[in-house]
Every structure is written in structure tokens, then in C-alpha cells.
Design a protein around this ligand. Structure first.
Ligand SMILES: [Zn+2]
Length: 341
């Protein structure tokens, strides 16, 4: 297996002006791979985009090996990249690049040194990022939050993921764990959550809660049933939306974002959810003028997380990611233009 940086394809401009970045989103069911081209003015072009089955039950080594190979195939097709970002569905240790907790992936992932493994194979700098943070970054820079300084991202699926772009910067913290919108407590003494806490948004509005309430096997089925007007499914979705609205209202009150971007899960889920969330959040975030923010559907589709991982790799290199360091002037923050497909 050859490394990414050894592949060349006549790139006349220096990397600082125009360059390719790899983005990978490791999902429980699909691995998404993109290559984006970023030019000096921040225009981003999607040069490669593909999805592959994760086959998560094959275990960490097999999944990581295939993920690495899919990326190498992409680079073979498009050209050399200067860096890579990998979105993961859970938590990692930023210092060692090892996986700590992937709640929805089978196998012994804890302690798996994913960043080291990929850096060795690819021979380019690799950064890890939580998948919901990556989704939020992509939507804030290029999608439904574009042009706004403070954007909250919420992914509604098996879990409830979240990310925060505040005053133009993605909040990460030392281990990339800022912005866990889904693990705010919205019911004191509520049900046990995958995180070990009780009464989190995720425990009350995630797919497990909905499946328990309806007896249906997937989010797609539940939202389809709700759209058809089936009473039990509608009631379960309405109840989940209420808890989700409480979580979003908390964030709106704390951060006063201009946009809350909802993604993940079934397409029909977003439509149903967003319509009901607007009113419910407005009623609960009583201190915030509802005219100052909008709750909107994501725009970048299923590869948003992979695009966000690639952008994060670029932002790390530009130095704008150090949100604990407050001396970076906002004018130095990378500004991305439109996404060309
Ligand atoms: Zn939780």
C-alpha cells in the first residue's frame, strides 16, 4: 500500500494557495470518503465523494484497514493531499489519537490507535474529530449556517450529536468534546443514557427511546409511520421532539446562535422535526427573541461529516482551531467560499 503524499498529479500552485484535503467519516453503517480542493480565497470544490459499507462487525482492525484503503483509492483518482481529517462516531484522546468510546460500533475499539495507524499508512498529518463536530463545521462554513458567526449543529440519529461554532470558531477543547448538545440533562431522574448519565436529550429523543416507545425497528420506519399519521408513532415523535426542543432551547439561551442546523437520520425526520421544533424552542427560550435565530435543515447531505473532517484538517494547519487561545484575531479566521460540486 503506497502512501498518499507519494501520489502526484501536476499541481502547479503551491499547497498554501490551492490544495487537496482528504476527509473521512467513519459511521456505524457507512464509511464516507471525500477529497476537497481548497483555494487561497477559501473556495472549496468537492473533487471526490464516495460511500462504502462499514461492516462494523468485522472489528476495528478490518474496518480501519478498509477505511485506509478506500482513502488511498480516492487519492489515486484525484491527486495528492496535504492532510486528512477523520470523523469518528464517538470519543477519542487527542493526545494519543486513540479511540476511547464508540457507543454504536461493535468490537474492542477502546485503545485502538487510529490516528497513528492512518498516519503511518498515509504519510500525511491526520486529525481526528467527532462526527457531529465535523458535521457542524461543514454546515457552518459551507452549508445551512454559512455566513453566520454562531451556529449550533445537531445530528439526530441513533444518538443525538452536537457541535458549536461560536464567533466563527469551532469549539473543541483539549479532547474535542465541547458541544455535546445531546447529553444535556432535560429530565432530572430520567432514564439511563449511553453516556452513563440520566435524563439526557439522547436518552429521551434518540432512536432507542423512539424504538422502545413504538416497537418499530428503525428511525426510518418510525418517521415514515408518523408521516402516514399513525397515532403511536406520531405521539412518540412529538414526545422526542419536546425533549430535543428543551435541549436546543438551553443552547439558544446560553449561546444566542444565529442558526441551529438539524441533520442526520431520515430526510422526512428533518422536515417533521424542524416544523415542530421552531415553535417549541421559541416557547422555551423565552429570553431570546425568536427573530434572531432560525432552526434549519442541513444542506450538505450525507457527506457533510467527511467534508467537515477535511475542513478541520485545514483549520488545524491554519492555526485557527486553538479555541483555548484567545489571541487569534477574528480577521485571521479562515473564510470558506461556496462549495462547488
Ligand atoms: Zn448522556
Amino acid at each position: 500500500m503506497s502512501n498518499l503524499s507519494s501520489r502526484t498529479r501536476g499541481d502547479a500552485l503551491p499547497t498554501s494557495a490551492r490544495h487537496l484535503r482528504l476527509g473521512v467519516d467513519l459511521g456505524a453503517t457507512r464509511i464516507k470518503v471525500v477529497v476537497v480542493e481548497i483555494d487561497a480565497s477559501g473556495e472549496v470544490a468537492l473533487r471526490f465523494s464516495a460511500q462504502y459499507p462499514t461492516a462494523a462487525d468485522e472489528g476495528p482492525s478490518a474496518v480501519a484497514e478498509r477505511l485506509a484503503r478506500y482513502a488511498l483509492d480516492a487519492v489515486a483518482e484525484v491527486g495528492r493531499v496535504v492532510g486528512a481529517g477523520v470523523g469518528i462516531p464517538g470519543l477519542y484522546r487527542a493526545s494519543s489519537g486513540e479511540i476511547e468510546f464508540l457507543p454504536n460500533m461493535p468490537g474492542a475499539w477502546r485503545g485502538f490507535r487510529l490516528r497513528e495507524y492512518l498516519t503511518t499508512l498515509w504519510r500525511v498529518p491526520v486529525v481526528l474529530i467527532n462526527d457531529a463536530r465535523a458535521f457542524t463545521l461543514a454546515e457552518a462554513r459551507l452549508g445551512a449556517g454559512k455566513g453566520h458567526q454562531t451556529v449550533v449543529g445537531v445530528t439526530v440519529g441513533t444518538g443525538i450529536g452536537g457541535g458549536l461554532v461560536v464567533d466563527g470558531r469551532l469549539l473543541m477543547g483539549s479532547d474535542g468534546r465541547r458541544g455535546e448538545v445531546g447529553h444535556q440533562i432535560v429530565e432530572v431522574d430520567g432514564p439511563l443514557c449511553t453516556c452513563g448519565g440520566f435524563g439526557c436529550v439522547e436518552a429521551l429523543a434518540g432512536s432507542l427511546a423512539l424504538m422502545r416507545a413504538t416497537g418499530l425497528a428503525s428511525l426510518d420506519e418510525i418517521y415514515a409511520a408518523a408521516e402516514r399519521g399513525e397515532k403511536e408513532a406520531r405521539a412518540a415523535v412529538a414526545r422526542a421532539a419536546k425533549y430535543l426542543a428543551a435541549g436546543i432551547a438551553n443552547v439558544v439561551t446560553l449561546l444566542r446562535p444565529e442558526r441551529v442546523v438539524i441533520g442526520g437520520g431520515a430526510a422526512s425526520a428533518s422536515r417533521l422535526l424542524i416544523a415542530s421544533l421552531r415553535d417549541m424552542v421559541a416557547r422555551r427560550a423565552a429570553l431570546v427573541d425568536a427573530e434572531t435565530y432560525e432552526i434549519v435543515a442541513a444542506e450538505l447531505g450525507p457527506v457533510a461529516g467527511a467534508i467537515g473532517a477535511a475542513l478541520w484538517s485545514a483549520e488545524i494547519d491554519s492555526g485557527m482551531c486553538m479555541d483555548d487561545v484567545n489571541d487569534i484575531p477574528v480577521s485571521n479566521v479562515t473564510r470558506f467560499g461556496t462549495l462547488k460540486r
